[in-house]
Write a protein that binds this ligand. Structure first.
Ligand code: ISJ
Length: 357
C-alpha cells in the first residue's frame, strides 16, 4: 500500500471520528435530559441497558463482532449514565478481585468501585445507602454455590437487579522468576480448589496452600514476600506488579463465575428475564415435590435449584431457585400464589435481565 493510500484511509477515519464525537455527544445530551426527567429517582435502568445491548448485537453487521460492539456500547452507556449521576458499586476487595472486574463489566469504567473487606460489608454499605449497588459472586462453574452470598440474600432488603457472567482465568503469580525457594501459595479457597489438579502436578507437595479472603489479597501478600506466590487473575497481577509464572492454570477450561447485582430497586421486564426465589418447605416427606410442582404446572422453567442448610433449625433446608421470566408475568404470578399455600417461606429475590455480554 502506498503512502498516498494510507493517508486517504486516515483522512476517512478522521472524518468518521468527527461524526462519532458529535453523535456520542448527542446521545449523552439525551441521557442527561432523561436524567432531569427522572429527577432524584433511580437513574440506572438495567432492563433498558439490556435491551440497548441486545439491539446493538442484533443490528451489528461487522467486521467488528457483536460482542465487541456490545462492550463498546457498555462503556458509552456508562459514560452517559455518569452524566445523570455517577454510581458507586461495592464489591469484595481489595482492588483487582474478579468481583471488581464483574462490577466494571456490568457498569463500565465511569462507575466508582468501592472495595469492601467482605461480602457482608459490601451488602451493608448498599443497605446503608453509602453505595448504590453491590456485585457479589453467587456460583462458579467448577466449585458451585458461594454460600455466603446465598445466606445474605435470605434476609437482605436488597433486590437482585442483574447478573454478570465472567470467564475466570487464574495465573500463578510471584515477585520473582521461577519456582526456586517457593514455600507457599496464597489464594481464595475457591480458587485453590479450581486449580488443585494443576497444583498437584506442578508444585512440590511441601509448598503450602494458604487460603485468604480474596485473590487480590493473595496477590498483595505475595508482593510482600519472595518466598510466596499467589493464584489470581490479570488485574491483581497488574495491581501488585507480579510476574506470571504460569498462565490459565484453572483445571476446568470453561471456568466461569456468575455474579449478582443487588440494589434498592425492582427492575421492570426487559423481554428476556430471570427471577430468583428462595423457598423453604415444611420438614416432612415429599415436601420438595410440593415446591417444584406449582412451578411445573404453570409452565415456569427452572434454570437452577440449589439447597442450603437453613439457619433456623438442624436438617432444615432453604432452596434457591432461578426460573425463566419476570415476576410480573402471568405464569410466575400463578405459580407464586400456589407456592404461598404450600411453602413455609417464599421470598422473591428479584427479577432481572439475562446477561447479554
Ligand atoms: C438514558 C437512560 O439512563 C441510563 C443510561 C442508558 C443509556 O445510556 O442508554 C440506559 C439506561 C439507564 O441506565 C435511560 O434510562 O434511558
Amino acid at each position: 500500500m502506498s503512502e498516498e493510500q494510507l493517508s486517504q484511509h486516515r483522512d476517512a477515519i478522521d472524518a468518521i471520528d468527527e461524526q462519532i464525537i458529535q453523535l456520542l455527544n448527542q446521545r449523552a445530551s439525551h441521557a442527561r435530559t432523561i436524567g432531569e426527567i427522572k429527577g432524584s429517582g433511580i437513574v440506572y435502568r438495567p432492563e433498558r441497558e439490556a435491551q440497548v445491548l441486545s439491539r446493538v448485537k442484533a443490528l451489528n453487521r461487522g467486521p467488528l463482532s457483536g460482542e465487541t460492539m456490545a462492550k463498546l456500547f457498555r462503556e458509552i452507556m456508562s459514560a452517559c449514565l455518569a452524566l445523570e449521576r455517577p454510581l458507586t458499586i461495592a464489591y469484595l476487595g481489595p482492588e483487582g478481585t474478579f468481583s471488581q472486574a464483574a462490577a466494571i463489566k456490568q457498569f463500565g469504567h465511569a462507575a466508582h468501585t468501592m472495595a469492601c473487606c467482605s461480602i457482608d460489608e459490601a451488602f451493608r454499605v448498599v443497605e446503608a445507602k453509602t453505595a448504590d449497588y453491590v456485585v457479589a459472586p453467587v456460583e462458579n462453574s467448577t466449585e458451585g454455590a458461594v454460600g455466603r452470598t446465598l445466606d445474605l440474600m435470605v434476609n437482605t432488603p436488597l433486590k437482585i437487579c442483574g447478573e454478570v457472567v465472567l470467564r475466570i482465568h487464574h495465573h500463578l503469580l510471584r515477585k520473582v522468576e521461577g519456582k526456586a525457594g517457593l514455600q507457599r501459595v496464597y489464594s481464595h479457597a475457591q480458587s485453590l480448589s479450581q486449580c488443585h489438579e494443576w497444583l498437584n502436578k506442578n508444585l512440590p507437595a511441601e509448598v503450602q496452600r494458604v487460603s485468604v479472603s480474596s485473590n487480590a489479597e493473595a496477590a498483595r501478600l505475595a508482593s510482600l514476600d519472595e518466598s510466596s506466590a499467589a493464584i489470581a487473575g490479570d488485574a491483581a497481577a497488574e495491581n501488585y506488579a507480579l510476574l506470571s509464572l504460569a498462565q490459565n492454570i484453572e483445571d476446568e477450561p470453561n471456568n466461569t463465575t456468575r455474579f449478582l447485582v443487588l440494589g434498592m430497586q425492582e427492575v421492570g421486564p426487559s423481554g428476556r428475564d430471570k427471577t430468583s426465589l428462595v423457598i423453604s418447605a415444611p420438614n416432612r416427606p415429599g415436601a420438595l415435590h410440593t415446591l417444584v410442582e406449582p412451578l411445573a404446572r404453570n409452565g415456569v422453567s427452572m434454570d437452577k435449584f440449589e439447597s442450603r442448610p437453613s439457619r433456623a433449625g438442624l436438617w432444615e433446608y432453604v432452596f434457591f431457585v432461578d426460573v425463566e421470566g419476570h415476576v410480573s408475568g402471568a405464569p410466575l404470578q400463578a405459580a407464586l400464589n400456589e407456592l404461598a399455600d404450600v411453602a413455609a417461606f417464599v421470598k422473591v429475590l428479584g427479577s432481572y435481565p439475562v446477561a447479554v455480554i
